[in-house]
Design a protein around this ligand. Structure first.
Ligand code: VGL
Ligand code: ZN
Length: 204
């Protein structure tokens, strides 16, 4: 958290929270367990409650892969099978607060397509996250979850490309770190591109 800004951020209309892939398979002991992945849940819950109390929109993305997804090692991909739709591994972490009004965004649902970015996912009615955000006139995106060096990074980069101002919740992300330092590298890349690196305590 050494790189985080500590100024307070006042949440307001036009803000949205995107919680990325806090699913059983990415928690320690899961099929693609992220070290300390479970530690993102309580800081995220604090922010989820804050957004909920202010009536601000919340989005929860999830890997929702078919059983033979191209990202799996058996199909020539680089990951063990994980995030298989309608399985316990793909379920959200049991302790994660999911308010009734929140939108669930499923991604990488087709066998031949990888989608790390939540921006490419869709809600239950097939609307893309990008279009939902623009319909709501969202300008600032706050995001955290798993994993810093894959789906969080892709989500952040795509959001920047779409013109959103992006706030990364530094205490509410953890990295896979396939190569040591990948998570720190991802954070540095985000910071260099103008992402605000903040802690969940800074949000009011
Ligand atoms: C993710 C690897 C494969 C992630 C998803 O959520 O960061 N990483 N699928
Ligand atoms: Zn995946």
């Amino acid at each position: 958290m050494g790189t985080a800004d500590h100024e307070a951020v006042d949440l307001r209309k036009g803000d949205a929270l995107i919680v990325v892939d806090v699913q059983n398979c990415f928690l320690p002991g899961g099929a693609l367990g992220v070290p300390e992945g479970d530690e993102v849940v309580s800081p995220l819950n604090r922010v989820i409650e804050r957004f909920e109390r202010k009536g601000l929109p919340l989005f929860f993305s999830r890997d929702w892969h078919p059983p033979d997804h191209i990202s799996f090692s058996g199909q020539g991909g680089s990951w063990p099978p994980h995030g298989i739709r309608d399985t316990e591994g793909a379920a959200f972490a049991p302790k994660l607060l999911i308010p009734p009004g929140a939108a669930i965004i499923s991604k990488a649902t087709s066998r031949h397509q990888e989608q790390y970015s939540a921006m490419e996912g869709h809600d239950a009615e097939g609307r893309s996250l990008g279009s939902l955000l623009s319909d709501l006139n969202v300008r600032r995106i706050f995001t955290g979850g798993l994993a810093t060096d894959y789906c969080v990074l892709s989500t952040v980069l795509e959001a920047l490309g779409l013109g959103f101002e992006v706030y990364l919740l530094a205490d509410a992300v953890r990295a896979v770190n396939v190569n040591p330092g990948d998570g720190d590298k991802a954070l540095a890349q985000m910071k260099e591109k103008g992402v605000h690196i903040v802690t969940t305590e800074a949000l009011h």
